[in-house]
Ligand binder design. Structure first.
Ligand SMILES: Nc1ncnc2c1ncn2[C@@H]1O[C@H](COP(=O)(O)OP(=O)(O)OP(=O)(O)O)[C@@H](O)[C@H]1O
Ligand SMILES: [Mg+2]
Length: 281
């Protein structure tokens, strides 16, 4: 059975004293358990969208609607709805409150009145899930960027949210750190049936999503699967995105007369396909 964890209808928002809306008539749905990448140029409204979903900003009119788990987000229910949402931002330094890694995870649990006698176990489990159990007593400021993002994810998954929002959470990491954190999010998503909305400028990350939402000037410019969108080179170029590695390679191979089937979208599948192709020649 599949349902939409999030439904956004006709979302319009204008910052105070601004003439142009930062978001205009944006509609989309996030099926429960899905991974959606949000891409678009700087200033296209991606972060604004995450703030609206978390009830940090409110739409311009009552015709805009955000529904989370079937419930319309209002100023009355925002605190309880927010408990179902975890957000990780780009800069990990701005999201620590605890003196140690374990304290930091504890802080979120305490805020949600988690039973104190179960706290230790939940913290250990959360840190183990992100492979940071050896750092429980470490000061967050001593961690690397990738380690900080892991701890941020531990703090959030400990709270068992239904929706995980990432606003360029991997942008400050090196390519390996980025891959590690993405793999970790994929794992956490499976383990806890998370629905993920990930704002990213990284086409290789967007290529892993179930669907991609393209914003431009505050409007939805396109939605579709990564394969749909990344097969439109003009659209990708107009967004200032580099095509993902696999799509780029497929297009270059096609230019040389080697047509790789459309269903091959992942690096390992492409490697296997090319190996098998060369061994049958
Ligand atoms: N606090 C604010 N007050 C007024 N205007 C704002 C504010 N924050 C953002 N904006 C404007 O709203 C628009 C959307 O900004 P937003 O931060 O959502 O873009 P973004 O897609 O997240 O960009 P980036 O890729 O640079 O993070 C931009 O035109 C921006 O200048
Ligand atoms: Mg942003």
């Amino acid at each position: 059975m599949s349902f939409n964890l999030v439904e956004v209808n006709n979302l319009t928002f204008t910052y105070r004293d601004e003439k142009q809306p930062a978001l205009e008539k944006v509609s989309f749905a996030l099926p429960a358990g899905s991974w959606t990448a949000v891409v678009g140029p700087n200033g296209s409204g991606k972060s604004t969208l995450t703030r609206l979903l978390d009830g940090l900003l409110w739409p311009d009119s009552k015709h805009s609607e955000i529904k989370i788990a079937g419930e319309r987000l209002t100023k009355q229910n925002v605190w309880s709805v927010r408990q179902q949402i975890g957000i990780v931002f780009q800069n990990p330094d701005n999201q620590f409150v605890g003196a140690t890694v374990a304290d930091d995870v504890a802080f979120g649990l305490e805020n949600q009145n988690f039973p104190p006698e179960k706290m230790q176990e939940r913290i250990e489990q959360a840190l183990a899930a992100v492979k940071m159990q050896d750092y429980a007593g470490t000061e967050p400021s001593r961690l690397s960027g990738g380690q900080k993002q892991r701890v941020a994810l531990a703090g959030i998954t400990a709270l068992r949210p239904k929706l995980l929002i990432l606003d360029e959470a991997t942008a400050m990491l090196d390519p390996q750190g980025r891959r590690d954190v993405i793999a970790l999010i994929q794992q956490l998503r499976q383990d806890y049936q998370l629905t993920v909305l990930s704002v990213t400028h990284d086409a290789d990350e967007a290529a892993l999503a179930d669907q991609v939402l393209v914003l431009s000037h505050g409007k939805v410019k396109a939605t579709g699967t990564p394969a749909d969108l990344f097969s439109q080179p003009d659209l990708i170029a107009s967004l200032g995105l580099k095509p993902p590695f696999v799509m780029d390679l497929k297009q270059r191979l096609a230019a040389k007369g080697i047509e790789v089937p459309a269903e091959i979208t992942e690096e390992q599948d492409l490697v296997n396909y090319l190996c098998q192709l060369s061994s049958t020649k």
